[in-house]
Design a protein around this ligand. Structure first.
Ligand code: ADP
Length: 374
């Protein structure tokens, strides 16, 4: 019910109620004062007049006249007090209604401007509005919110377009191979096997991409409240990547101090694995990788450095963006969709940590992750 009453009406009702309470209080108070400071005897029932001193006096004719005058005066005073009280309440309420209408005019204007915004037109901003007070701040906050929404929507649609493109590429390759096979009237067994090999490779690529997309969507909602022995986790990751490291004859150093932190085991392992995977992927045969991890005050710092190809300065600010690859053809050839670092970034952010890149002194890359211990 109260929701249906307009803000203007609600303000008027509240003010009128307060005004009524005060007017009634003042009227009753003044009537009580008048009553107790004047002598008002009950002439019909009492033969004596009790003065303000408390001493009773017999009623003379002159006194009766005097009392009549007081009674008439008192009655007139109380009647006019009640009338004045009612007029004050009505007038106050009407004035409040009129003033609140003027005061809320800017609110109505702002509401109208917001209501006119097209749902597909997020670049719109409230510009020609100057109420000069809190309403202007509200309009500014609304504009800021629109800017953030605009950026978020643009990012979302870029993300969807990139994901669609990444899925379309392997599908096109599969279709082309199948078309060629179909047009060939009598394909050899080798032709079939070759096409099957391509289909298998492209299918694996799509599965990896869909897995990455799923990980990205769960990274933001995962529970990071479990206790994880991060040194043991790093040991597990190193053991899993050991075959690939030795295949590339990479020298591998690991120096990890024990620590227990609050994290999501699966997600954090995924993030660190992505960094180590890149350190191997973008390294040279016979290169070097080092993992150093240690607690420092309330944080746990983890550095993964490699002597690989490194990342040139102009690309550094983009590497944590989804689908960003420094060298598209190279990344694609080694099976990267440009989601590894974006996933790692989201996961570390979810753990209230930070991840940053710096170029190694000689050559190569250093990824530094800082995680809060609690
Ligand atoms: P990808 O799946 O292509 O590896 P990532 O998100 O993991 O995608 O990385 C984004 C880009 O950052 C990569 O394409 C690569 O060019 C660059 N990159 C990431 N890690 C390294 C590294 N350790 N050394 C050199 N370049 C790297």
């Amino acid at each position: 019910m109260t929701k249906k009453i307009s803000l203007r009406m609600r303000l008027t009702l509240i003010t009128s109620a307060i005004l009524a309470v005060f007017c009634i209080m003042f009227t009753l108070f003044s009537l009580y004062n008048a009553n107790s400071n004047f002598v008002i005897p009950d002439v019909a029932n009492d033969n004596n007049v009790q003065g303000s001193t408390g001493v009773e006096a017999p009623i003379s004719d002159e006194n009766v006249k005097y009392v009549d005058v007081i009674l008439v005066g008192y009655n007139a005073f109380s009647t006019s007090s009640y009338i004045f009280m009612i007029i004050s309440i009505i007038l106050g309420s009407l004035l409040m209604y009129a003033f609140s209408g003027v005061a809320l005019k800017q609110v109505r204007l702002l509401t109208q401007k917001i209501a006119n915004i097209d749902k597909n037109e997020l670049s719109f901003r409230i510009t020609d509005f100057s109420a000069g007070d809190e309403l202007n701040k509200l309009a500014d906050s609304f504009n800021m919110m629109l800017t953030r929404l605009d950026i978020a929507f643009a990012r979302e649609s870029r993300f969807s377009a990139n994901a669609a493109h990444e899925l379309k590429t392997p599908l096109t390759v599969i279709k082309t191979n199948l078309d060629v096979l179909y047009l060939d009237e009598c394909p050899t067994k080798e032709d079939c096997l070759e096409s099957l090999e391509v289909v298998k490779k492209q299918t694996n690529r799509m599965i990896a991409l869909v897995d990455d997309l799923l990980t990205m969507s769960t990274a933001n909602v995962c529970n990071t409240d479990n206790y994880v022995d991060i040194d043991a986790m790093l040991g597990e990751i190193a053991a899993e990547y050991e075959p690939r490291i030795s295949e590339m004859h990479i020298r591998f150093n690991i120096d990890v101090k024990a620590c227990r932190i609050k994290a999501n085991h699966v997600m954090l392992k995924h993030a660190i694995s992505n960094i180590l995977d890149n350190a191997i992927k973008y390294n040279y045969q016979g290169g070097e990788i080092e993992i150093r991890a240690y607690p420092e005050e309330n944080n746990y710092t983890l550095c993964i450095s490699d002597t690989g190809i490194g990342i040139s300065e102009e690309h550094v600010k983009h590497i944590f963006e989804p689908f960003y690859r420094v060298d598209k053809s190279r990344s694609r050839a080694i099976g990267g969709a440009g989601l590894g670092l974006a996933i790692a970034y989201d996961i570390i952010l979810k753990h209230q940590g930070t991840i940053e890149y710096s170029a190694a002194k000689q050559k190569g890359s250093i990824f530094k992750i800082v995680l809060p211990i609690e």
